[in-house]
Ligand binder design. Structure first.
Ligand code: ADP
Length: 532
């Protein structure tokens, strides 16, 4: 067989040749909609490649983006790596101090930033974060008012460049992308994706075991392009010539619901809080988005009532996915097996939809006890989840925390339970698990159960220190408008659902909102500081 190097040119050149007429649509926060084709995208990305060369960046320079989801960001996704340079997607929701740390750690040479990011970049500069940066390019026609010096406008930069670059035979082990973990469990660490890992991950993403994407599809990644490469959805869509839709800016549920209908989106992807935030806008439309086949939901466990509500009210299946920045990120998806097709919906939900899924081909999972021995797949025993595969990191950037990789497996820090039917579920994160007197209580299970109470809007459970039991659960609860929730209510509900007395939370704290991380997950670090 031919020894073809698996690099991003393989995806990029293929799509320009075979899918030239397919549309890419970007909706901006202003309401403006930009449309063009894969042919336009291909030509402009190659202009960007020339422009990066002309800026005299080193051949392997780290080039960062600081941008929302839109077509120009997609051009960077291919324009940067196809020159052999490393694409570093900066998380726009981080504070200036964190960004300064990450930009310094990565050694970014150039930053391609949305216009609304310039004030944040000014703060990053004040934090001493721009030392390595030689160029700032604003992803717009003109440079807005800013105190930053020498800022270039993207459109002016690429305008005069030729739109053919010439395919390069980039070795597949070449670094392609750099993403930092969002730091839910400590200081952000860099993860480097290669051309090969990105190619394989994109193909797995298109497969029926992945997000199930082909030329008949239209994708809408609501997961940000600055977080774990939008789960590889943009590359997967390019691989198969799927139409792509992007929504730039913070989540606007009404606009997204409208886009799903107007653009006939077939597959969308986002974290549970996105789908939680969208359901009312979707039901308010009165019709289900006509072309929508399924929603991919990962990053945290979607609560069962949410999965049931999408099925019941909109006939839309939520396909749960599990993964991490370190796993590119897609590692497993919870497609129901063929054998389940005639089962009552409730049973399919229990057996498959509420699970973290079945591993993608090539991804190997191992759930182990404290001594490293694999625990039985009995649907009950918890263990540490380890993973390996062609798109799983074998180290962090600059070898941070190397002990997590020491036996050829990546130790995820997640606690999992494997079931006899081949699925597995994330019981918790090691750091969130409540260790009460030698017994483990899953904070995730408890908050899911509390969120099933009709008077509860959302809830998060954390461990608090206890002199006798070491740790005990505390539930932070947001009641629905006009409702009250007491410790006794929570105890009564949990007891009625089979929770033992020793597992019940010691405290219930009423809060206005569960704090979120920069990518929309529950931020338990904040709750621990507040109540711990
Ligand atoms: P961070 O580690 O900073 O939160 P990541 O996006 O890499 O950023 O998060 C990966 C983590 O998200 C996993 O380790 C896991 O704890 C959680 N996660 C992802 N998918 C699921 C899922 N389907 N169910 C439960 N937890 C999940």
């Amino acid at each position: 067989m031919m020894d073809v190097q698996l690099n991003s040119w393989l995806l990029f050149a293929h799509t320009q040749r075979h899918h030239a007429e397919v549309e890419i649509v970007s909706r901006f926060a202003s309401g403006d909609v930009h449309r063009y084709t894969y042919d336009d995208f291909g030509r402009r990305s190659q202009q960007l490649m020339h422009a990066l060369d002309r800026l005299e960046l080193e051949p392997d320079a780290v080039v960062a983006t600081m941008a929302w989801n839109h077509h120009r960001h997609l051009e960077c996704y291919f324009g940067v790596p196809c020159t052999g340079r490393l694409l570093h997607t900066l998380n726009v929701r981080l504070a200036a101090t964190e960004l300064a740390y990450i930009i310094r750690d990565a050694g970014d040479r150039c930053i391609l930033a949305d216009p609304d990011m310039l004030p944040l970049l000014e703060q990053v500069r004040a934090e001493g974060g721009l030392g390595s940066v030689r160029h700032i390019v604003v992803l717009a026609d003109h440079v807005p008012e800013t105190s930053l010096e020498g800022v270039l406008a993207y459109e002016q930069l690429i305008a005069a460049e030729p739109d053919g670059y010439g395919q390069r035979d980039i070795a597949e082990a070449t670094p392609l992308g750099l993403c930092y973990t969002s730091g839910t469990t400590g200081r952000p660490k860099g993860v480097v994706y290669t051309h090969r890992s990105t190619f394989l991950h994109a193909l797995a993403g298109t497969s029926g075991a992945g997000m199930s994407l082909g030329p008949s599809d239209c994708t809408l990644p609501i997961v940000p392009m600055f977080h774990a490469m939008a789960w590889g959805m943009p590359q997967a869509a390019v691989a198969v010539g799927a139409k792509q839709v992007f929504a730039a800016g913070p989540l606007d549920p009404v606009a997204i619901a409208q886009l799903l209908v107007d653009e006939a989106v077939t597959v969308a992807a986002g974290v549970p809080t996105v789908w939680l935030g969208l359901i009312d806008a979707l039901t308010a439309q009165g019709t289900r988005p006509p072309a929508l086949r399924h929603l991919v939901c990962g990053g945290a466990q979607p609560p069962r009532p949410l999965i049931e509500r999408y099925l019941r009210e909109l006939d839309i299946p939520i396909i749960q996915a599990w993964g991490m920045t370190e796993t590119s990120p897609l590692a497993s998806l919870a497609w129901p097996r063929h054998a389940y097709r005639d089962l009552p919906s409730d049973e399919i939900t229990t057996k498959a939809r509420t699970q973290a899924g079945l591993p993608l081909p090539g991804v190997d999972l191992s759930v182990r006890d404290e001594s490293g021995v694999e625990v039985p797949a009995d649907g009950e025993t918890m263990g540490d989840l380890c993973v390996r595969g062609p798109w799983v990191a074998d180290s962090y950037f600059k070898n941070a925390e190397s002990d997590k990789f020491d036996d050829g497996w990546f130790h995820t820090g997640d606690v999992a339970i494997s079931a006899p039917n081949g699925y597995f579920v994330i019981a918790d994160r090691t750091k969130d698990l409540i260790k009460s007197g030698g017994e483990w209580i899953s904070s995730v299970d408890m908050e899911a159960q509390i969120m099933a109470m009709p008077q509860v809007f959302e809830a998060a459970v954390i461990a608090i220190a206890d002199p006798r039991w070491l740790e005990r659960p505390l539930a932070a609860v947001v009641p629905c408008p006009g409702e009250t929730v007491t410790l006794e209510d929570v105890h009564a509900h949990l007891s009625a659902h089979g929770w033992a007395r020793w597992q019940l939370p010691d405290r219930v704290e009423i809060i206005d909102q569960v704090p979120r991380t920069s990518v929309g997950k529950f931020d338990k670090k904040v709750l621990r500081t507040r109540f711990g």
